[in-house]
Structures are given as C-alpha cells and as structure tokens.
Design a protein around this ligand. Structure first.
Ligand SMILES: C[S@@+](CC[C@H](N)C(=O)[O-])C[C@H]1O[C@@H](n2cnc3c(N)ncnc32)[C@H](O)[C@@H]1O
Length: 230
C-alpha cells in the first residue's frame, strides 16, 4: 500500500517541471481550469474565504482562486510540484501558502471555509480516509468541490487506454483503473462524514478542439459540490 503511494509521489515529482506548460503533460488540466473556477464561483463567493486545495500540484487552481480574492493554501505530497507552485506564485506576485506534505499529515486543528480537491481522490489508496480528513478540517456550512473519474468500462477505455496509451494526453501510468470512483461511492462516503451533496455535473470532452463543457453525463469525468451540515 505504502509502496504504491510512493510510486505515485515519484510519478508526480517526475513530471513536476511541466505543470505550467500549457501544451505539455498537463495541458488538459489547463483546459479544465477555467471551467473549474466558473463552477466554484457559480456556487459561492470566494472573497476573503479560507480555501484548502488538496493535491494542488503546480498550483493551477490555487492561483485562479487567489486571483478571485480567496486566502488559499495548497497542499501536495510531491516536493517538486510544491517547489514549482511556490516559484510560479512568486513570479505572479500571488500570496499563496504552499505545504509540502500528505493531506493525511495535515493537523486536524485547521479549519477551512472551502476545500477543493480536483483530480486527486483517484490517486489515493483509501478514499474513505481522505473524506474523513476533509470532515476533520472543516466546519458547519463548509463547502467541498471535488472532481474525479467514474469507474466503468467507458471510463476505462477513454480515461485510461485512449488518454494514456493512444492519444498521450497524460503520461502513461498516471491513473490506476481500480482507484477510479463512482459518484455513488463518493456520495456515500460524504454522507457518512457529515456532508450533503448539493450538485453533481458531468463533463463532456471535445477531442477536436480539446475543450471541456459541463453536462449531465457523468460516465467519465464529473464535478461534485457538497456542503457540511453539522
Ligand atoms: C492529477 S494531480 C492534480 C493536481 C491539481 N489538483 C490539478 O488538478 O491541477 C494529483 C495531485 O495529487 C497529489 N497527491 C496525491 N496523493 C496525495 C496526498 N496523499 N496528499 C497530498 N497530495 C497528494 C499528487 O502529488 C498530484 O500533484
């Protein structure tokens, strides 16, 4: 178990140099970024809110949220990713706090207004532990925004085989199919940790212009918004 998480860490260290290359290994995350911030902004105001970005990578979303007026903390277990994120924020004169540690090591005494967790839950071994941690570091009315990949034959073929081995959209070995997680599974975990689901939207991908749009089809990628009720 530990070994697999270490492999993931070295995978993200290996490609960290490319976080801000809009046509590199993370180009799809760059294409997704505007839709993410629009999705969050359509549900709440960010001004003055304390936000934690779990698995922030090179800080793509942290920077957008900071520009919209939030106090942003980004956490990532990949040392090189955090180093790139810090450097980029400095170059942009953005005041973002970055922590290089696993979310599981973050002190549970911290409490955030909003937590964002985009394209991260499908990289960890125990999603229940992640949601439990999110419960511990939030309070009544805190909001959670999460995106991930559904688990079914279609997502295996498109998000794993086509994306990694045919079109090379993401580096080979980025995803493990067994860690993909269904909306029903995430919903059940959240409901057992004091969150109520407010919205789930799917994402459509257009390979012609490599653009994303929100849709009702959650077969592959989906966004989810939940709020803590206690
Ligand atoms: C696919 S990347 C997503 C990056 C970013 N959220 C984005 O979408 O732009 C997943 C990130 O999660 C990080 N990660 C994986 N397990 C983690 C953990 N236990 N704690 C913190 N970060 C973790 C990885 O290092 C990697 O940077």
């Amino acid at each position: 178990m530990k070994k697999k998480e270490e492999n993931q860490e070295s995978h993200f260290n290996e490609y960290a140099y490319d976080w801000w290359n809009k046509s590199g290994h993370y180009k799809l995350l760059h294409k997704l970024n505007p839709i993410r911030s629009e999705y969050i902004l359509s549900k709440c105001s960010l001004s003055g809110k304390n936000i934690l970005d779990i698995g922030c990578g090179g800080g793509l979303l942290c920077e957008e949220l900071c520009k919209k007026g939030a106090n942003v903390t980004g956490i990532d277990s990949s040392k090189k990713s955090i180093s790139i994120a810090r450097q980029h924020a400095k170059e942009q004169s953005l005041d973002i706090e970055y922590k290089n540690e696993s979310i599981f090591d973050l002190a549970s005494t911290m409490s955030f207004d909003y937590v964002v967790c985009f394209e991260m839950i499908e990289h960890i071994n125990d999603p229940n532990m992640l949601i439990k941690k999110i419960d511990e570091i939030t309070k009544k009315d805190s909001k959670l925004f999460l995106s991930t990949i559904n688990r079914n034959l279609k997502s295996f073929l498109l998000a794993k085989i086509v994306a990694e081995y045919i079109l090379n959209y993401v580096p080979k070995g980025t995803h493990q199919y067994s860690k993909f997680i269904t909306p029903y599974e995430v919903t059940s975990l959240l409901e057992s940790h004091n969150f109520k689901i407010k919205n789930i939207d799917g994402l459509d991908f257009n390979p012609l212009d490599e653009s994303f749009s929100l849709s009702k089809n959650t077969d592959i990628n989906y966004f989810l918004y939940a709020q803590k009720y206690t």
